[in-house]
Each structure stands twice: as C-alpha cells, then as structure tokens.
Design a protein around this ligand. Structure first.
Ligand code: ADP
Length: 502
C-alpha cells in the first residue's frame, strides 16, 4: 500500500485498544485484499471509517468500483481454475480450516477492538459474534472429508455417478451489524472448495481484512479469499453484476435484497438471502414472566436493536399485560447506555447518524400513530449515535411501528386475547425471519410452532443460534439457509456422470 496516512496518532490514543488491535489499526489506511495482498483502489478513491461511539474518523479504507471488482474476480477465478484450493486433499483442507479457527481464537482481542471501533459493538455482543464465527469455521472444517456424491440406480450397461462439485466464485455481501462473524459467511463456501469475495459493509470494512489475512496465514492459498471494499451501489453492485461471480450470499435489508435479485437475474446467479425481520415474541398468561421479561427485553435492546432477529413486536396476553409491561420497563429503565469500549455498557451506540435519524423518525411516527411511549423515546447525548431503549404500548399491528423494520431499540407491545388472535397478529407481517413463544403449556407450544410462519421459532428462549442449525427466513425475510448441513447445497452443484461399460 502506498497511500498516504491521513490520521494522527491521537485518534487511536482515545480508544482503549489491546496491543494487537492497536498494531492492526496503526496501519490506518486499509485497502482491498486481492490475490493475497492488501491493495488500494484502482481509482485511488477512499472512504473514511467513523467510530460510532464518538462519530469521529479513525481510519481510511479503499473505495472500490467495477475495476477493483474485476481484479478480485480475476484472482478468485484463477485460484478456482488452477485448483490450488478446490483440488487440495480434503483432509488437508480440514486441517487448514481448523488452523483458521485457531487463529481467529488467538486474534480475539483484535476482532473485539475492530468490532467496537467501526461497528460500535459492545463487549458481550462482540464476544458472541466472534464465538459464532469461530464455531462456524469449526463446524464447516469437518465437512470436506464428508462431502460426497452417490451412485444412483442406473441401466445395467452403464455406471452412473452423481458427483458433488464446488460452484466457482462466491460473493459474500454482509451488513455492518456483526462484522466479526464474517468468517461464518464464507466457511461453508470454502469447505466446499469455492473461491470467495467478501464485500463488507462500508461502515465496518476492517474485520474482513483481518479474516482474509488469517485465511492466508492458515494456509488457504492466495486468491481463494478476497475482499472488495466500497459502497453498495458501486462495489456491491459491480460484484453482483460480474459474470465471473456464480453465487451470492447476501445479508441485509429487503430493499437491497430485491435490488440484488433483479441485478443477478440476467446471469441466473444462485442467491441466498437473509433479509430483515419484525419478529414477534408471544407471551402467554402461563409463561415464566420473570424469564420472559428478561429475555424479551434483551432481544430488543441487544446491539441496540440492530439485529435481524430482534423481537421487536412483543405480543402479550391481556391478563398479564400491565404486569408484564411493568416488568419490561423496570428491566429496561436502568440499562447503562455508553460507548462500546466501556466494559459496563449495556447498550451501545447505533451505527451511524443516518440510523439514529431513522430511529428518531420512527419514534415520531409511533407517537403520531397514537401509540403510548411507556419508556424512552429520545436520543441520548450530543456526540455518538445513542438512543434510549423505547417501549411503545397500545400498539395496533397495523401501525407502521409494528410493520416496518426499524433496526433500533424500539419495542412495540401489542395485547391479545386468544391463541388464535396471537397467531393471526404474529403472522400478519411481510417478514418471517423468527418468532418466540413463552408458555408452560407443552401442547400450546407445539401448536404455535406449527402455526407460526417463520424460519426459526424459539419456545421459552430466544435468539439461540448454532453453526449446526439452519438459519434463514420465510416470506420477505429471504430464502436459502445459512449454517447447518443444508448450506452446503448452496455452494455445490451435482454433476451426473454416465459411463457405458457394456
Ligand atoms: P443496511 O443493512 O445498512 O440497511 P444494506 O442492506 O443496503 O444496508 O447493506 C448490506 C450490504 O449490502 C452492505 O455491504 C452494502 O454495501 C451492500 N449493498 C448495498 N446496496 C447494494 C447493491 N445495490 N448491490 C450490492 N450490494 C449492495
């Protein structure tokens, strides 16, 4: 990299970084990662990286366009074509993926610092994301030796083999809300022998670079894992349109997902879409209210509501409504709002001033729609992008605050009278990512899991994820599944081989 450093040392001095995190960030100017090396944009353009807890710049990153995408795809394609990874012995692939998992583990302090610095992710959440990334790599590291085809029934004059092969170049386009989990987005594609190109969100560009460097260190050959930086409309769009990219794994908003699907259609690309949500958490009279209130509140305030599965519609049976709202309010009122770096922070900043404006706008909409603010409703402080945990009661499911994904700390409490009504309200949403049910009645729990139209249903818990368990949405929350064995189908294709033997 030959770009000039543009940041003074004191910007990093403000941040309580680990020694390793500091060393990483001291480079200050970051690029794309193509063919095993960090490189600037062909155009020389850059973007400034801001720290959400203060709104201040602390790093510069390359801003990519179609030319950078061309370079990355060429490198990925070459790596795929010459088989430097795809044709490596399966056991050796596993060894190197396990090395990657160990390196991620060793680099926890840097991953944590990067999450906090560009993502505003607080300690307990970044720890969760890091572990999630490691678990996914560990899980898929076990697969290369278990991927196999089959021999279908065939006419006796032939031998027929059904061979499972990787697809080629896979793009992983990710949002800003869980950068340190980015290894989880490429692990399955790598295990299947593909080349990958990560396109991290422009707000959180740094972690993918560390992951790519660790892939190289783990022995995954140059060109197999690449990173293209830049805004979605340029770098992201160019990646989606590039004919050399065969499959796209996208996590982000529904609007962008629709745009990507349309742009990918002319080349018939394979897509896996994990989009937004407006998930219901349904609390029945017989639930363990103490536990339900703690988990339901955490499922909205966690990462300041910037999580796809945030359980933002809390449906409460009328008999316990007032008591439950009081429990929610008392648990949420005392939440310590602060910078991502402060170890006792319970709710950190939103990612950007745009996101803060969006949350404020929805709070105003909720008030105008006639919902009652039971808690919060305002921004916090005048530096950084902080907003109070906000609980609306008296919400009707037709209100915009109950229908649209806000991606911030805003909870809509909706009362209901019967199980049928709860199901009807829960399913009356264009989204279907996840749902939660709180009840001690086993039969009702089963009836609810059958009735709810969502990719994941949790009963008496919420937001549990595991690398072995598929994750994805119904309806406008997307299609295709990440994680689990089923994800391997997204990154492989079957070849039928016929050989005449008589
Ligand atoms: P958010 O999660 O901020 O609402 P998006 O869903 O738009 O944002 O962004 C998720 C990811 O998609 C980011 O990496 C972003 O750069 C990328 N992206 C945005 N627009 C496009 C596009 N038209 N084509 C490809 N990628 C895009």
């Amino acid at each position: 990299m030959t770009m000039p450093a543009q940041h003074s040392a004191d910007e990093l001095d403000r941040l309580p970084l680990s020694p390793a995190g500091r060393r990483f960030l001291e480079r200050r100017v970051f690029g794309h990662f193509i063919d095993g090396a960090m490189v600037p944009s062909a155009s020389g353009e850059t973007l400034t990286v801001l720290e959400p807890s203060s709104g201040r710049p602390f790093a510069t990153v390359a801003a990519g366009d179609a030319e950078d995408v061309n370079r990355a795809v060429d490198a990925a394609q070459r790596a795929f074509d010459d088989g430097r990874w795809r044709n490596l012995d399966a056991q050796e692939k596993e060894r190197r993926l396990r090395r990657l998992s160990a390196l991620l583990d060793q680099n926890r302090p840097t991953l944590r610092d990067l999450d906090m610095a560009d993502g505003g992710v607080i300690r307990n959440f970044t720890d969760f994301f890091i572990q999630f990334g490691i678990d996914a790599v560990d899980y898929y590291a076990g697969w290369p030796t278990k991927l196999h085809g089959s021999t279908p029934a065939a006419p006796p004059d032939c031998v027929v083999m059904e061979v499972r092969e990787p697809i080629g170049v896979v793009a992983s386009i990710t949002p800003w809300n869980g950068p340190s989990a980015s290894a989880s987005g490429i692990a399955a594609a790598l295990a299947c022998g593909n080349s990958v190109i990560m396109k991290p969100a422009e707000q959180t560009p740094l972690t993918a670079l560390l992951v790519a460097e660790l892939c190289l260190e783990a022995g995954i050959p140059p060109g197999v894992v690449n990173v293209v930086q830049g805004v979605g409309e340029k770098a992201g769009a160019a990646l989606v349109e590039h004919p050399g990219v065969s499959a796209i794994n996208f996590t982000g908003s529904v609007e962008t997902g629709r745009r990507i699907q349309a742009a990918a259609a002319p080349r018939l690309k394979r897509l896996c879409m994990e989009l937004g949500g407006k998930s219901p958490q349904i609390v029945f009279n017989d639930a363990n209210l103490d536990e339900a209130a703690t988990v339901a509140a955490g499922a909205v305030w966690g990462h300041s509501g910037q999580v796809c599965t945030a359980g933002t519609r809390v449906l409460v049976e009328r008999g316990i409504h007032d008591e439950f709202v009081a429990e929610l309010v008392s648990r949420s009122r005392a939440l310590k709002i602060g910078t991502a770096f402060s170890p006792d922070t319970q709710m950190g900043p939103l990612i950007s001033s745009e996101q803060l404006d969006r949350v404020s706008a929805y709070v105003a909409i909720g008030k105008a729609e006639g919902a009652h603010v039971a808690l919060g409703g305002a921004r916090v402080g005048d530096g950084g992008y902080f907003h109070q945990p906000t609980i609306f009661t008296g919400v009707d499911n037709r209100m915009r605050i109950a229908r649209e994904e806000i991606f911030g700390p805003v909870m809509a409490v909706i009362p209901f009278d019967t199980e049928e009504e709860a199901i009807a309200i829960a399913n009356d949403s264009e989204f279907g990512l996840s749902a939660g049910v709180w009840t001690r009645d086993l039969s009702r729990g089963h009836r609810m899991t059958q009735a709810l139209r969502a990719g994941t249903v949790w009963v008496n818990t919420y937001q549990r994820v595991n690398a072995a368990v598929p994750y994805g949405g119904f309806k406008q929350s997307g299609y295709g599944r990440n994680l689990g064995a089923v994800s391997l189908d997204s990154y492989t294709q079957l070849k039928s081989v016929w050989m005449k033997i008589r």
